[in-house]
Design a protein around this ligand. Structure first.
Ligand code: IMP
Length: 428
């Protein structure tokens, strides 16, 4: 087995960064395959805290090659800033490769993300304003600019001139704002291209060779399955496909090369931005989760909406991704809770349903049906084996495993490397 995909199994922020950092120690390649700098993966290591937006979290391991795949949309300015801060912390970035086919997030994407969001009024999506939606729109409208285009100065200018004329019409005529300058963008982005050029390659060839040689490859998902463009709470979703069906495509690998899918859940659930969230807590319990779990956005700093573990969407995501196993992160955040709850169904009118409805008004009307379990009210931070966990915590986890119909492979009890319990072998 060589290719393992980690998938966010809720609305993002499940703790994928920490898990990827731990598993990456045993791999040779870590690949981001979708999203962009809307992602925020946090890793705590040696008393240092690292935040990743575009650079794969595996970069902290000196022997790992990190790849930003074709399915990612890349903001070159943000990426160079991130690379610079990592360099200052002593990280070697010569092992970072960027796909020639990855699309570039341009200045007008940032502007339009903001203007479009403002124009939505009460229907705001709550985007992180990193230009992600508009960049994917251009990709599918076939007017996107790719990393390969940036390297060809003349072709870049011609493409930019054509697309910028169209964008400036929107910016000035629809939104009444100032147009952007072709010269300024061209000069700025040619500069970025020169600095990034040594990293820009045909990454799928590198990966296909690695897989052919049986080398371990980790595909690092960003956001979560409930933010998926098809299967999430549309339209309150991100603009890429976050489920495993897209992982091979965004990396440039054949779908059958993925051997193992690991779903990453938190022991409770959070969401940032708008959209229905059946188990959201509006009381002191929600505040307690937010404070204990430091639930503030890595990218936006926004307080996250917090709620009890939702096994209805949890099982939906497990089935959608065909999970081989699940990781439950941040169990320690529940340590002080006198009671812990799991949502096992939604009450919709007179019925109790076991899968989330596609109709968003129906989802918003769903009331969670809870099971209550006694809390353990003792610290789990030092637990390193299943037996170290208090009995109530084991009962809680066993019930989650049953409801997800997926074996648990990892339980995380703290932010640092090694603050984890591995319950079964992963492929590497
Ligand atoms: P966008 O991806 O910036 O367009 O934002 C769309 C929705 O996805 C918003 O609700 C964001 O808060 C959410 N979102 C985007 N990226 C992340 C992430 O990495 N974690 C959690 N939520 C995210």
């Amino acid at each position: 087995m060589t290719v393992l995909a980690t998938i966010g199994a809720q609305w993002g922020d499940e703790g994928k960064g920490k898990l990827v950092d731990e598993i990456a120690a045993r791999t040779e390649y870590v690949v981001r395959y979708q999203g962009g700098s809307n992602a925020g993966h946090r890793v705590v290591f040696d008393d240092n805290e690292f935040s990743f937006h575009l650079v794969p979290a595996g970069i902290l391991h000196p022997s790992v090659t990190c790849i930003i795949g074709n399915g990612v949309v890349v903001d070159p300015r943000g990426l160079l800033g991130e690379m610079e801060s990592l360099r200052k912390m002593g990280v070697d970035l010569s092992r970072l490769l960027i796909s020639e086919r990855a699309h570039v997030v341009m200045p007008y994407h940032f502007v339009l993300d903001r203007l479009e969001e403002e124009s939505r009024g009460d229907d705001k999506i709550g985007t992180v304003m990193r230009g992600i939606g508009p960049a994917y729109v251009d990709k599918y409208s076939r007017v996107g600019i790719r990393m390969a285009d940036l390297l060809d100065v003349d072709q870049f200018r011609a493409k930019l001139a054509s697309v910028l004329a169209q964008k400036n019409r929107m910016i000035t005529q629809i939104y009444g704002q100032q147009p952007l300058s072709l010269e300024e963008i061209h000069t700025e982005y040619v500069g970025y291209a020169q600095r990034l050029a040594p990293h820009i390659v045909d990454t799928q060839i590198v990966l296909q060779k690695a897989v052919g040689e049986g080398k371990p490859v980790l595909l690092e998902g960003a956001q979560g399955s409930l933010l998926d463009i098809d299967f999430g709470t549309y339209p309150f979703v991100t603009s890429s496909s976050t489920v495993v069906g897209n992982a091979a495509m965004g990396a440039g690998l054949p779908p059958r090369s993925i051997d193992y899918v690991l779903g990453v859940y938190k022991a409770y659930i959070t969401r940032v931005g708008s959209g229905p969230m059946p188990t959201e807590l509006f009381n002191g319990e929600g505040d307690a989760l937010r404070e204990a779990g430091h639930e503030y956005g890595t990218t936006s700093g926004r307080p996250r909406r917090c709620g009890w573990f939702d096994a209805v969407v949890g099982r939906y995501v497990a089935r959608l991704n065909g999970l081989d196993s699940a990781a439950i992160m941040k169990l320690d955040v529940l340590d002080a809770m006198p009671v812990v709850k799991i949502c096992t169904g939604y009450k919709l009118g007179a019925q109790v349903i076991k899968a989330p409805p596609a109709n968003l008004n129906d989802l918003a009307a769903c009331e969670p049906v809870y099971e209550e379990w006694p809390g353990w009210q003792t610290s789990t931070s030092d637990a390193r084996t299943w037996e170290d966990l208090p009995e109530q915590a084991r009962t809680y986890l066993k019930r989650i495993e049953e409801l997800l119909e997926t074996p648990l492979a990892v339980v995380s009890v703290g932010p640092g490397r090694g603050h984890s319990i591995y319950l079964r072998d992963l492929p590497f």
